[in-house]
Design a protein around this ligand. Structure first.
Ligand SMILES: NC(=O)C1=CN([C@@H]2O[C@H](COP(=O)(O)OP(=O)(O)OC[C@H]3O[C@@H](n4cnc5c(N)ncnc54)[C@H](O)[C@@H]3O)[C@@H](O)[C@H]2O)C=CC1
Ligand SMILES: O=C(O)[C@@H]1CCC=N1
Length: 275
């Protein structure tokens, strides 16, 4: 039965990212009986079903049932998976691809030129409803389908629409991969705290709470992050010593290079896999 707020939603591929979105949606009140998933890994699929109460099936069965199909397999298998799925899409569900790199033109070629396709770049904090997604819709996507995509991804975090599809590579570099940068920084801070004599438990607690506090403050403050940073730095004080050390070591350039590498990988995935 159709339900505009909670369309029947299928996930093709039920790995880390699908689990994060499904977990966030169910916690947010999306009816579990309106979600189905498929995966070659049957044990992991059954675990997901037990964890969140969702339905399961094979790729074709869940796609035929769905009004919205989220393509959540790795970019490397997207062509094979989507070409095999094509006969199950005659009812023209909205297709949402979360694969890094794979462009809309390739997806249309594999899924059918007249299919409504939204490219989405989500991130794993969707699991705790603090995700951030970039979305780009192709010209076959109706206004109602854009709203469906926005409601689904908006239920697990913030959503940014991009008219210019190539900017999805930049979104990947900022928010798609971004959680990993923050986790790396946290790892480094915990290790440095341990090196200075704290127990790992204390260093972890202090680091994670500081990350949460800084993000919450930045989210709720009416001043920018540069000003918030300056407010921690007393002239001649301790923070200044740390920030000067980061600047001397070229931290900003380090981020520029890393995020350029990330976006370039997204472009090269599209070139290598999009044929
Ligand atoms: N992990 C992340 O933080 C993010 C991932 N993505 C994108 O999400 C997609 C999935 O990534 P992850 O969840 O991290 O990978 P994953 O490897 O955890 O999940 C992919 C799942 O697809 C399944 N699979 C493989 N072949 C299949 C087939 N023929 N039919 C059905 N299922 C099949 C695998 O068994 C696996 O469970 C990728 O395209 C990635 O670019 C996008 C944003 C963030
Ligand atoms: O690393 C990856 O390729 C995926 C896409 C963005 C985050 N994880």
């Amino acid at each position: 039965m159709s339900n505009t707020q909670h369309p029947q939603l299928a996930f093709i591929g039920a790995g880390n990212m699908a689990r994060s979105i499904i977990g966030g949606l169910v916690q947010e009140g999306y009816p579990a009986e309106r979600i189905r998933a498929s995966d070659l890994n049957h044990d992991a699929l059954e675990q997901l079903s037990r964890d969140f109460g969702i339905g399961t099936g094979d790729n074709a069965a869940v796609a035929e049932w769905a009004e919205v199909v989220v393509l959540a397999v790795k970019p490397q298998v997207m062509k094979t998976v989507t070409e095999a799925l094509r006969p199950s899409l005659a009812h023209h569900p909205l297709l949402i691809s979360i694969a890094a790199g794979i462009d809309g033109a390739s997806l249309s070629r594999w899924l059918g030129e007249d299919q409504a396709i939204v490219r989405c770049m989500p991130n794993t904090p969707a699991l705790v409803k603090t995700g951030a997604s970039g979305l780009h819709a192709n010209r076959h996507t109706s206004g109602a389908q854009r709203e469906q995509a926005e409601q689904i991804m908006g239920a697990v975090g913030t959503v940014q629409w991009l008219d210019d599809e190539p900017l999805m590579d930049a979104v990947t570099a900022v928010s798609g991969s971004g959680p990993a940068y923050f986790f790396l920084v946290m790892e480094a801070m915990i290790d440095a705290g341990v090196q200075q004599g704290l127990t790992r438990e204390a260093a972890t607690e202090l680091t994670l709470q500081t990350a949460l506090g800084a993000a919450t403050l930045a989210r709720t403050s009416d001043v920018g992050v540069d000003e918030l940073r300056r407010r921690v730095m007393s002239p001649g004080g301790t923070t200044e010593a740390a920030i000067e050390s980061f600047e001397r070591d070229g931290l900003r350039d380090t981020f520029q290079r890393a995020m350029t590498a990330c976006a370039e990988r997204s472009v090269s995935l599209a070139k290598a896999l999009g044929q």
